[in-house]
Ligand binder design. Structure first.
Ligand SMILES: Cc1ncc(COP(=O)(O)O)c(C=O)c1O
Length: 511
């Protein structure tokens, strides 16, 4: 029977070699051409892993890892491919991938700041400074910022801070963190509670409202128009804010920079700020994949065919005026999953909500950095900062600028193929290519094909897209998010494969 707690040096290095070979092949020499496993492979891998009870005897490290590599991996789709255009997956840049291995090896826990013993919490703070630099946010945001599991986690943190601030700003004793929502609302005379004003938000805002007891049905959607629902109707917003005393409510206003279906940005965040300040509302901005436009104008080397990077940079203008901001490292920043980003101008509020009170064994010995467990949902959490730190150092500002520009240009090349070459079969839902970020939303002109378009595209196995709906009918969304997309026509990461797939699918016949 294998010893469950040890693996010989020879076996360990054999396993590392096998993993090394997979990574090298996967990344460099011969990346997988098929994004998703064939039906047969899916069936075989599932059948090879029946959900039997956990066996009594140990399988041991060597056999277990062989089982993963040989029997399970073939059944998993290749989400880190440049031709995986679904969700906004991003990918894992090599420095981030390697740093992530180290995090697992170290099994570090970011919970207490112990500067006499370790520098890891200091590295986390430095990483937050670097992120502020990357996104051109003032470094004064750092004390109120943290690294969450994802953008959903950040939205939860942002709404939790807003919820706290809306009552405790009048009187510190009205702290929801201390006395609960009900008591704080009664004491403040806000009998109808907190409502959240949005304009076609990501679903995670409703989820955050549900988790926080604010109620997912307490979202008030104020789209500016049917054509541009990501913009907010400022007139209706102001009339609601102006009578909040009378209505006995308080408001969190959520702006969105990067709407998930279209990639479009709400305009005029500075005006949103003015209204929130005038009427005392908390402004949270969800820029999960939009914030990286803040790095496209940092260097001047060549426009690569696009003149107006400053215009794109300005899609996020005013984001720094928000009370709290959500973004994501595991989207366009291209670090592995488990890396949401939260920024706020209110470290005091963040600490009041997330303080982990009265645990002597978590006493911190540093005064310069608050213990991470007092500014985030979890107490112990993964050292998420290290892969981000590695990616930021390895790419620098100009590397990120080049990456984000490439994603935008790649998406626009795809949009041009649809608009100029395949117009008999497909139409862009937003045909003005100069307004596109890295998301292309389109539909098939033939209704029968449109019904099954995403399914048919994904069935080719060559690319993977998300199905969605827009304006009452189904649509397909292509999101360029991976660091390996390129601006070539042919080959891995090029756009030719998208053209081929769309041409092939256009000949779909339901009969
Ligand atoms: C605008 C926006 N907010 C929030 C999220 C949720 O992100 P996560 O999956 O990292 O929680 C997404 C995901 O696509 C998003 O696009």
């Amino acid at each position: 029977m294998p010893n469950p707690f040890s693996v010989s040096e020879a076996q360990f290095s054999d396993l590392l070699t096998q993993i090394h070979d997979i990574i090298t092949k996967y990344y460099i020499s011969n990346p997988p051409k098929e994004i998703r496993p064939s039906k047969d492979v899916l069936q075989t891998t599932i059948q090879a892993e029946p959900p039997t009870a956990l066996q009594k005897e140990p399988l041991g490290t060597y056999a277990t890892i062989q089982n993963l590599l040989n029997d399970l991996l073939p059944g998993i789709f290749v989400q880190s491919s440049p031709h995986f255009y679904g969700f906004v997956t991003g990918g894992a840049l090599p420095p981030a991938l390697l740093a992530d291995f180290l995090v697992t090896m170290l099994d570090l826990d970011v919970m207490v700041h112990l500067p006499k013993d370790s520098i890891h919490t200091t590295i986390e703070r430095h990483t937050i400074y670097l992120l502020c630099d990357l996104f051109q946010l003032p470094r004064s945001f750092a004390p109120g910022s943290t690294i969450t599991t994802g953008a959903t986690g950040s939205n939860i943190v942002g709404l939790a801070c807003g919820r706290e601030w809306l009552f405790s700003r009048d009187d510190p004793s009205y702290s929801i963190a201390k006395i609960g929502y009900l008591q704080a609302a009664i004491k403040s005379g806000v009998h109808n509670g907190i409502k959240i004003i949005v304009s076609k938000p990501h679903s995670s805002i409703a989820k955050a409202a549900s988790i926080l007891g604010l109620g997912s049905e307490n979202l008030i959607n104020l789209p500016a128009s049917e054509a541009e629902p990501w913009n907010m109707d400022f007139e209706r917003l102001e009339s609601l804010l102006a009578k909040q005393q009378e209505d006995k409510v308080r408001y969190i206003v959520v702006g969105q920079l990067g709407e998930v279906n279209t990639g479009r940005f709400m305009s005029n965040v500075p005006h949103l700020r003015e209204l929130c300040t005038k009427y005392g509302a908390w402004l949270h901005v969800d820029a999960a994949f939009g914030l990286p436009v803040r790095c496209v104008n940092v260097y001047d080397e060549g426009t690569e065919g696009l003149a107006d990077w400053n215009r794109i940079y300005n899609w996020c203008s005013g984001v720094e005026l928000a009370d709290s901001i959500t973004s994501d490292g595991h989207k366009l920043v291209n670090v592995p999953y488990d890396a949401g980003l939260f920024f706020s101008r209110h470290p005091d509020v963040l600490q009041r909500v997330f303080e982990n009170p009265g645990a002597a064994y978590l006493a911190t010995s540093g005064v310069d950095i608050v213990a991470p467990c007092n500014v985030n949902i979890e107490n112990s959490r993964r050292f998420r900062a290290l892969p981000i730190y590695a990616a930021l150092k390895a790419l620098g500002k100009s590397g990120y600028s080049a990456l984000i520009r490439r994603l935008i240009l790649h998406a626009r090349m795809i949009a041009r193929i649809i608009k100029d070459e395949l117009y008999q079969y497909y139409e862009l839902i937003f045909p003005n290519i100069d307004d596109l970020f890295m998301v292309v939303l389109f539909r098939a002109k033939d209704d029968t094909l449109n019904e099954v378009l995403a399914e048919q595209i994904n069935a080719t196995g060559k690319i993977w897209v998300s199905g969605t709906s827009w304006g009452g009918s189904k649509a397909v969304r292509i999101a360029a998010a991976n660091w390996r997309v390129n601006l070539e026509e042919d080959g891995f990461g090029g756009v030719a494969i998208v053209r081929d797939v769309l041409k092939k699918v256009a000949s779909f016949n339901s009969s």
